[in-house]
Design a protein around this ligand. Structure first.
Ligand code: NAD
Length: 545
């Protein structure tokens, strides 16, 4: 079992290398299936295989300040001489060329051990446990509350599925809004993990009992989270048949992947493993049919007045492939609820205490509350997170911050490291699902104003500018499994070690990262982005249309 090194003792030749090594260890410490190097998202891997893992560790331990480690789909390729301002690690995960970017070809290469899927935060060592998307899910629910329920979800019923690496945050995010939330998962072990961590209140395998608990909480206006052991393809239609209509319905199973992710109804986990081995096509067919059944139920809930949304797992795309022509009547969460934030490059930013000390995060919480008192998004969230969100692995937080705010926070934290108020350096990363960092026409960039949804130049520019702006790790990711060809994204990490050089790196890399986010939406014609550019003095070259 891999656990992240704690404390202030260095094993590598500098904190940049040590910090990235601890992050690699941390994604496995928090991973869903660490023995197979799987971090989350059914197949999202930290390294290609164990020999790759050990070679990456060895390289990071021995890497000089003026060298860079090159990683291709989880396999270390070389250590090259670069310079002290170059990234410590650059990597490319799961990128396939145009017409070859298909699931069947990806799996063929995967079986030959030539490629891995890095997910968004697995392959580039940024995953911080289920809390990684918790504020995003919370903000979606809050946004629905404002749009459809007079600002509050008290007394409301949320239905979802999937309690894995990312989906596991749903019960807690739902509960924090004051609602009663029911989350269905076929894998009881995954439910038990979230129970142990405090991400969910209760579990049962009896639908009537679950609905009874939900109804009681709803009536009393109490918040509650319930996990139900079951298959969403069976449970959603069963709830519909009982004439019950939840207020909000979504799904965060690993529906993007029909071979390794979504479990078809009527099959045990062991049967799925056997089918995958012996009759993969039959498995894909069965999973697709179950998804179609579940999505039909979601559409029926929508017709009866429920607020429904796709939570970033490509479930609509799969359903459409399997015959549900109107699957895209379900809106995607980004377009429906989060785009106004992304237009100003406000997105999920993370900080991770490399010391392993929770008190380092508390110092940063305090700084944020004092520095951004008028920013409700971040200050409300930090207050909630402080009280309710448990740490997993190295203590960390995720909080939605925008252009200049992220740089300001990271620079202040770098000073706190320098002055000894934090016990070791802090790593900063952000989700790939960020304004300038992802082209995903079915999730992030769906229905952009100017129709530029599928243009992948932006995340590629993002990685290039991060590399030239001294980021410590830069990654270019694309799809894998069912996601193949659906997206292009970029990831960056910086280590705030308290040095003036780290301050310079933060200033350049984080500022340019969020600048590109604002510019991407300005280019697509969003007024809020143009306003942000004018307010913050970003040097935009605006041509006459
Ligand atoms: P995971 O593989 O760790 O967990 C998936 C869970 O779904 C498992 O617990 C599995 O048992 C359960 N499951 C599968 N089929 C089921 C079924 N038919 N009924 C009930 N439960 C079922 O995956 P994850 O990391 O939690 O990610 C889930 C999805 O969310 C992925 O598609 C991922 O790409 C997507 N995602 C979205 C965002 C976002 O920002 N919205 C962020 C990260 C991931």
């Amino acid at each position: 079992m891999i656990t992240a090194q704690r404390g202030s003792l260095l094993r590598a030749k500098g904190w940049r290398q040590e910090g990235l090594l601890r992050l690699l260890e941390n994604v496995l410490e928090n991973g869903e299936d660490p023995e197979n190097l799987i971090v989350y998202g059914a197949l999202g891997k930290a390294a290609r295989d164990w020999s790759s893992y050990h070679a990456i560790v060895e390289s990071l331990l021995n890497l000089e300040e003026d060298e860079s480690l090159i990683v291709q789909s989880g396999k270390p390729i070389a250590v090259l001489k670069t310079h002290r301002d170059a990234p410590v690690v650059i990597m490319a995960n799961s990128n396939l060329v145009g017409q070859w970017a298909r699931p069947d070809y990806f799996y063929e290469l995967y079986d030959k051990n030539l490629i891995t899927w890095g997910g968004l935060t697995a392959g580039d060592w940024q995953y911080i446990g289920s809390q990684g998307v918790i504020q995003g899910t919370y903000e979606i629910f809050q946004s629905i509350a404002r749009q459809a329920f007079g600002g509050s979800l008290k007394g409301r019923f949320i239905l979802s599925a999937g309690m894995g690496g990312m989906g596991g945050s749903q019960p807690l995010a739902g509960k924090l809004t004051g609602a009663a939330i029911l989350v269905v998962d076929v894998n009881e072990d995954n439910i038990d993990k979230r129970l142990d961590l405090g991400y969910v209140d209760k579990k049962t395998a009896d639908l009537d009992q679950a609905l009874g608990w939900i109804e009681e909480a709803r009536q009393k206006g109490e918040s509650l989270s319930v996990a139900l052991v079951g298959n969403a393809a069976t449970v959603y239609p069963d709830i519909l048949d009982r004439g019950i209509v939840p207020d909000i319905v979504t799904d965060q199973t690993a529906a993007h992947d029909l071979l390794y992710g979504y479990v078809p109804e009527g099959f045990s986990l062991d049967q799925v493993a056997q089918l995958r081995e012996n009759q993969p096509q039959e498995l894909e067919e069965a999973a697709g049919k179950s998804i179609a059944k579940e999505v039909s139920a979601i559409l029926a809930f929508q017709a009866k007045g429920a607020q429904v949304f796709d939570n970033g797992n490509n479930i609509r795309t799969q359903a459409k492939r399997f015959g549900i022509e109107n699957a895209f009547d379900i809106p995607v969460f980004t377009e429906a609820y989060l785009r106004p934030l992304f237009e100003r490059a406000i997105g999920p930013f993370r900080w991770i205490a490399l010391s392993g000390e929770a008190k380092d995060i508390e110092v940063i919480d305090q700084y944020i509350l004092e520095t951004f008192p008028d920013n409700d998004i971040i200050s409300n969230w930090i207050k909630l997170a402080r009280e309710h969100v448990p740490f997993q692995g190295l203590p960390a937080r995720i909080g939605w911050l925008g252009h200049e705010e992220r740089t300001q926070l990271a620079l202040a934290v770098n000073d706190l490291v320098a002055s000894g108020q934090l016990s070791a350096p802090i790593a900063f990363t952000r989700d790939h699902l960020d304004a300038g960092a992802m082209a995903h026409p079915n999730i992030m960039t769906e229905n952009l104003k100017d129709g530029s949804d599928a243009i992948a130049d932006w995340p590629l520019l993002n990685a290039l500018i991060a590399s030239s702006s001294k980021a410590d790790l830069v990654a270019i990711h694309s799809g894998g499994g069912g996601y193949t060809g659906f997206m292009q994204s970029a990831g960056i990490t910086l280590i705030a070690d308290g040095s003036p050089e780290a301050a310079e790196r933060i200033k350049l890399a984080i500022t340019n990262d969020t600048s590109l986010g604002v510019l991407r939406y300005a280019d697509a014609g969003y007024q809020a982005s143009l306003d942000e550019i004018a307010e913050k003095g970003i040097r935009h070259i605006q041509l006459e249309k």
